[in-house]
Design a binder for this molecule. Structure first.
Ligand SMILES: NC(=O)c1ccc[n+]([C@@H]2O[C@H](COP(=O)([O-])OP(=O)(O)OC[C@H]3O[C@@H](n4cnc5c(N)ncnc54)[C@H](O)[C@@H]3O)[C@@H](O)[C@H]2O)c1
Ligand SMILES: O=C(O)[C@H](O)COP(=O)(O)O
Length: 670
């Protein structure tokens, strides 16, 4: 059992305020010293109530006016006041990173802890550093309550960290997203070649023959004909997920003389072109590939995306490599596909359950090569992630904003209205956002949140809708957000709204949590250019924003009517009666409350359409919440926007598509 003796926490567990205001006209918030490690957005001036601005206090020193005593383990000249931080490292971390941590804190390396041991130790720690093997559950955050300030994930995937719990307990989670990219790509290529040439099987057979008492001179076991492989040159490799790792795999496969295609609905086409890779649809990729290499994140959309249906569409004899996440493959379906020969071989570094159970038919399958999640395990990558994460964790402990923060902390409402804004970023659903809004707004003293809150919800929903209108195979590169407002640029700070549009666009297509801290960083990392335009309109300056328009350029749309005359996907929204509404799709005016889900149909304007679609939905017990029709002119083209509480099943959607007057339709989740 782990020791439970604790040294003093480096910071008190609650915020303390030191007010030194001499002028009533200045906000008390500008005089607050936050005795914590939470990145804070500080309100610079509140003197002119019509001018509201947010500013990032990028290196917020943690000044505790009460902390004056100097103890023997004080850490000075490194940005910490009070005791040195205690940092628990629960999985092997590169020495260079450990040295960075040791230079400022007490570092304890304790590997293979049980959950109980981890919970005991964590109550004495300010920071925890893990890889993918430690499950950082709600219980861990509960045990670390009041002390644990930051969890550092020395790698990319954060699926082993309960982000919601981290957020609720005010614990920042940071990762190291770039330092192991090359290692993962190299491992993908290593598995590809090993699989094509049966390296693992041949190695095992040859060694087994040497150990056997029954063979002499390898008689019958020098299996040259059994392990004839396949060549890679000239073969088609489909890279599924053309992000950091996928594009490096593609680059290397080109060097091996392979014909490389890629599927990634959100990758910029010019990045693919630059590497000489053609972006294709999912079906085209899997139907034409001789080899398929998986590099997408595990999200609700990609979960078991390789299943009986998709294996059936593959070329017989295809070979599959997975160094992404086990969950993107239905493992039972893969066993079936291997048994019936659709998949000739698979090489897997990752599994739904890690380590897999002893009974796993997949791991035991003779045509499967496995490694125990070694993608990131090179000396170089481990040194790289160790330094990257050590710096991120120490920065977070000093109160610096981290570009690799994947959540944001929840703080007491009385601290700052600006901190409350973070809460909106933590809310994954509209309901949660609304609840948060209801719970928090009343207790806040500023106006920034209360006036922007409904627009924050609108901005995220417009982003979420717009990205769902992009058809597969085309990359999103450029997004423009147009704000129509009666206020001048100085009176409207749109960073929060821009971040929410970014969140709405990115979160449905990745496993990245976007917040105010990391929105611009994530957008840049994904090659997404978000530009903004403000149009001054003649309306009430009481409203911060009259309407928001989200445009996505140079992409095809699943719903052609969403393309405006300017040639881009374009949707507009407004806040009406405190609720977000969709007011324009492409060139069609509509008016539908953005709640639940949405069906957009284009049809020839004629009587009876609302009834027909309403009946189809009603038959499937789908409740229509709102409906609006916008048309070019009488009896010409019209768009019907239908808000629905439930998700219609396939039958209902097929029936809508079969209505003769309906020319196109799309179902969108809000
Ligand atoms: N085995 C290992 O040790 C190891 C090491 C590093 C990364 N990884 C894993 O590899 C994966 C990729 O990592 P990365 O750093 O390249 O991430 P990334 O975010 O840079 O790239 C992921 C790409 O997948 C794309 N994508 C999202 N949804 C998709 C879909 N439905 N179909 C196709 N593409 C889709 C995204 O647009 C993005 O371009 C992650 O799952 C990560 O956890 C594993
Ligand atoms: O997500 C990642 O970074 C990889 O899967 C590596 O995980 P690891 O740090 O546990 O090797």
């Amino acid at each position: 059992m782990a020791s439970s003796a604790c040294t003093k926490p480096i910071f008190p567990s609650s915020f303390s305020l030191s007010s030194s205001s001499s002028s009533e006209s200045k906000s008390k918030l500008s005089h607050v010293s936050f005795v914590n490690t939470i990145p804070i957005y500080r309100k610079l001036s509140h003197a002119n109530s019509s001018k509201r601005s947010l500013a990032v206090n990028s290196v917020l020193k943690t000044v505790d006016p009460t902390a004056t005593s100097v103890g023997s383990s004080k850490s000075e000249d490194v940005g910490f006041l009070g005791e040195k931080p205690t940092i628990l490292v629960s999985e092997k971390l590169g020495e260079a990173g450990l040295n960075v941590l040791r230079s400022v804190g007490h570092v304890e390396c304790a590997y293979e802890l049980s959950q109980e041991e981890l919970c005991t130790k964590i109550s004495c720690c300010d920071a925890l550093i893990v890889r993918s093997g430690t499950k950082v559950t709600r219980e861990v955050f509960e045990a670390g309550k009041g002390r644990l300030k930051v969890v550092g994930r020395a790698g990319v995937g954060i699926d082993n960290v309960d982000l919601q719990a981290a957020t609720e307990f005010g614990c920042l989670v940071v990762n190291a997203p770039t330092a192991n990219t090359i290692a993962a790509a190299e491992h993908g290529i290593a598995l590809l070649a090993a699989m094509a040439r049966n390296i693992a099987q041949a190695d095992a057979s040859t060694k087994a023959a040497m150990e056997s008492d029954f063979v002499e001179n390898f008689s019958g076991k020098w299996q040259r004909s059994k392990y004839v492989g396949v060549s890679m040159v000239g073969k088609t490799l489909a890279v599924m997920g053309f992000g950091k790792v996928g594009s490096e795999v593609a680059r290397r496969a080109k060097g091996l003389g392979m014909h490389v295609i890629a599927h990634d609905p959100y990758a910029p086409a010019d990045r693919a072109r630059a590497i000489g890779v053609e972006l294709v649809s999912f079906d085209q990729a899997i139907a034409t590939a001789d080899f398929i290499s998986l590099h997408m994140p595990l999200t609700a959309t990609t979960n078991k995306i390789f299943n009986d249906d998709t294996f059936a569409k593959m070329k017989k004899g295809v070979r599959i490599v997975n160094v992404a996440r086990g969950g993107v493959i239905d493992e039972d379906a893969l066993v079936r596909a291997l048994d019936n020969g659709i998949v000739a071989q698979a090489a897997l570094d990752v599994f739904t359950e890690e380590p897999p159970s002893k009974e796993s038919k997949l791991v035991q399958h003779e045509n499967v090569t496995v490694t125990p999640h070694l993608g990131a395990s090179t000396k170089e990558a481990q040194e790289g992630v160790a330094i990257e994460i050590a710096e991120a964790v120490l920065g977070a402990l000093k109160g610096e904003l981290s570009a690799t923060a994947v959540n944001a902390p929840m703080v007491a409402p009385e601290v700052s209205i600006l901190n409350v804004i973070f809460l909106l970023f933590l809310s994954y659903t509209a309901t949660a956002i609304n609840q948060t809004k209801q719970n928090m707004i009343g207790s806040c003293d500023g106006q920034v949140l209360s006036e922007l809150a409904p627009y924050v919800v609108l901005a995220e929903k417009l982003g979420r809708l717009a990205v769902q209108l992009v058809s597969g195979g085309s990359g999103i590169k450029s997004v423009k957000v147009v704000y129509r407002s009666a206020r001048g640029p100085d009176d409207l700070d749109t960073r929060l709204l821009r971040a929410m549009v970014t969140k709405g666009i990115i979160e449905p297509i990745s496993n990245t949590i976007v917040n105010l801290v990391n929105a611009d960083f994530i957008a840049k990392q994904k090659g997404l250019r978000i530009s903004e335009e403000r149009v001054v309109v003649d309306s009430s300056p009481e409203l911060p924003v009259e309407s928001i328009q989200v445009q996505i350029s140079s992409v095809d749309s699943k719903f052609a009517s969403a393309i405006s005359e300017g040639g881009h996907i374009s949707i507009d929204g407004k806040v009406k009666f405190g609720e977000p509404h969709l007011t324009c799709v492409g060139s069609f005016d509509v008016d539908v409350s953005l709640q639940g889900n949405l069906i957009l149909c284009r049809q020839v304007d004629q009587p009876g359409m609302i009834g027909r679609v309403g009946n189809i939905l009603g038959e499937q017990n789908v409740n229509v919440s709102f409906m609006s029709v916008g048309r070019t002119s009488r009896r010409k083209q019209a768009i019907m926007a239908i808000g629905v509480d439930e998700e219609p099943n396939k039958q209902a959607l097929d029936n809508i598509g079969a209505v003769p007057a309906i020319e196109e339709f799309v179902f969108l989740k809000l």
